[in-house]
Design a protein around this ligand. Sequence first.
Ligand SMILES: C[S@@+](CC[C@H](N)C(=O)[O-])C[C@H]1O[C@@H](n2cnc3c(N)ncnc32)[C@H](O)[C@@H]1O
Ligand code: SF4
Length: 458
Amino acid sequence: MFLSNPSGLTVSQLIERYDTRSPRYTSYPTATRFTPAVGAGQAGAWLKAAPLERSVSLYLHIPFCKRLCWYCGCNTRAMNRRELISSYVKLLLREADLVLAQVGRPVRVGSIHLGGGTPNMLSPTDLEQLFEGLSARFDLRRCFEIAAELDPEVLTPEWVDAAGRIGLSRASLGVQDLSPRVQAAVNRPERFDTIRWASEALRGQGVSSLNLDLMYGLPLQTVEHVVTTLGQVTTLQPDRIALFGYAHVPWMKPHQKLIRDEDLPDAGMRFAQSQAAARYLGAKGWQAIGLDHFALPHDSLAAAARAGRLHRNFQGYTTDEAPVLIGLGVSAISRTPAGFVQNSASERDWRASVTAGELPVARGVALTDRDIFVGEIIERLMCDFVVDVADVARRCRQDMSEVTGTWPLLRRFRADGLVTVDDGVVEITPSGRPFVRAVCAAFDPEATGLVQKHSRVV
Ligand SMILES: C[S@@+](CC[C@H](N)C(=O)[O-])C[C@H]1O[C@@H](n2cnc3c(N)ncnc32)[C@H](O)[C@@H]1O
Ligand code: SF4
């Protein structure tokens, strides 16, 4: 299999050269630059100074699951004690009070995202009480989107009814792979019938945009498994499909050690799986969005991609343009124009801080002008595969010399046919798209020192 690139390298050789470990760039600076030097005091000052003319986005993290899938990279744990989940919800609202006390002004919310973990581990009563509490605290009159990440195996008709009452408009269902063999290798049994029921029930209750999460690169997974799974799930006509490459980082997520290294597909197999999926979905009418998303042409994500208005945040690709994100809950990240802050990833510490009336912030990073410049370059590359560096420099009032170190690195990508560089415009070629994270890393001064901390590029 040959690509037409100037150096004539095969796909396998390109993978060998560029399948280094790079950040997923859901933010820049990446979370590895967050430090405890930024704490609750700084977070409070940034919230107070945050611009609130435009609506803010709210993210609420629910760190509970029915059981732990062995591949999981999320911040969560298996927990089925109803009373602990209910008390968590009450503390989320206390945390909202602490944030609002810092802001000191009314806050208008444009979108709410429940992430996890598994937000449908909340009982229907917990869910409705959470939303009653949020509407008593925030101005939700112009809230255009309420989204939740859901585990279909845990979803009940009662929960779906409650979702209808709170106005859930967007749902994301975890599917991963439907082959029993792969499911057994990752401790996640799940039936297609359940996913079909969940999709139909949620749509019946007003969910107008449905996303399904799939994965490739899982243990024992083959191209055939990926395509067979796609064949089934596309019959449900999901508005969006996310196809994540399994990030195997057992040094950060020790439960991933339950996955046997010898069962994992190698880089070439992962590449073949992602390419086969992209071909299959393209032929069926889903538009490729950025690195790992697909959307039907009517969907807002597809429209944003076509218009060059796609963004990237901690949930992946998004249409959200709000300058302020308030994250509530264990490990949640908040963003203001001045910087990022992250809550404690320890549930015990988070509960203790909120109960004591303190913002549960553990770490963060202040944004420099250079960070904003580099962040904008990386976001455009991740979203559009092309960036006019000179134009970004002008808009960020930065000097091009801030990224001069990047050009020699890009020469190699160019020689291998992965990028073109023309008058300050860097464009990733179709063959270069799978390696976009490696190209972004060339602009990221910290990336070279972080080789072992991240997951594979492909
Ligand atoms: C919060 S879960 C989705 C909702 C629910 N907990 C579930 O699993 O059905 C977020 C998604 O992240 C993806 N994911 C989890 N761990 C991952 C990993 N190590 N590498 C890549 N994607 C991962 C899965 O596709 C998963 O559906
Ligand atoms: S993939 Fe979803 S259900 Fe599985 S452990 Fe992770 S968050 Fe929980």
